[in-house]
Design a protein around this ligand. Structure first.
Ligand code: URA
Length: 229
């Protein structure tokens, strides 16, 4: 981890304050003053500030049931940030693992562990995300084969990765995808001439939504490990 991040994660300092202390030569790593904020340090390095050894706080892992008309951003924009629903210390250290659109509801993962979130969002890791989709027009069962083969989205040269379509009723389906392209689910249905009227994420990997809308909880140790085997 970069030295400025290490200092922030071990103290109550803001990023600006941490940088100022590092650049002023107030931090030592293994007995030497280090004033380059981008120096990589590890948990077993001996980092000292104000005569105290710094020890980063453990990473945090949460799930939330996102309400509609909220945005997956740390700050309010056209709609309020979903962080308005999360009463937690230092929310600015957290980020959202894969964004949902403002009108999409359901499961959102939140963490301050960048490597963990990369392993969930990277298409190479094949982490399945299940969406419940309400459609404007009836779905034909031939769509199952099309989605399994991969769909050519408008403006993309590559097909989508194989997706699993389960038909619930004529206008409701479950779609499992392993990627997270921009507006992917809406664009997949648009490409077969249909329109998404409602979109709700039910699960990511082994983690299934089990809290009410607007509520959140910490993930269990098993869930954290399962999502990053
Ligand atoms: N696909 C979409 O189109 N929107 C989302 O919010 C998530 C996946």
């Amino acid at each position: 981890m970069r030295l400025d991040k290490f200092v922030c994660k071990s103290t109550a300092l803001t990023k600006v304050q941490a940088i100022a202390h590092i650049e002023a030569g107030d931090i030592t790593v293994n007995g030497k003053v280090i004033s380059d904020i981008s120096t990589q340090v590890h948990e077993n390095n001996h980092v000292m500030f104000a005569e105290e050894q710094l020890c980063p706080r453990p990473f945090r892992y949460l799930l939330m049931n996102k309400p509609a008309q909220t945005i997956c951003s740390n700050i309010d924009e056209a709609y309020p940030s979903l962080f308005n629903y999360i009463d937690i210390e230092r929310p600015q250290e957290l980020h959202i693992v894969g964004r949902l659109d403002a009108d999409t509801t359901g499961l959102v993962l939140i963490t301050d562990d960048g490597r963990w979130s990369f392993n969930i969002t990277s298409p190479n890791k094949l982490c399945p995300k299940v969406y419940r989709v309400h459609l404007r027009q009836s779905i034909d069962k031939s769509a199952k084969v099309l989605f399994a083969q991969g769909i050519k989205l408008q403006g993309e040269s590559q097909l989508t990765a194989p997706a699993l379509l389960t038909i619930v009723d004529d206008k409701q389906v479950l779609l499992t995808i392993t990627e997270g392209k921009f507006h992917q689910v809406k664009r997949m249905f648009a490409s077969i001439g249909n329109k998404v009227m409602g979109l709700h994420r039910e699960s990511i990997g082994c983690v299934t939504l089990d809290v009410d809308e607007g509520q959140w909880r910490y993930l269990t140790v098993e869930e954290i490990k399962h999502l990053n085997p």
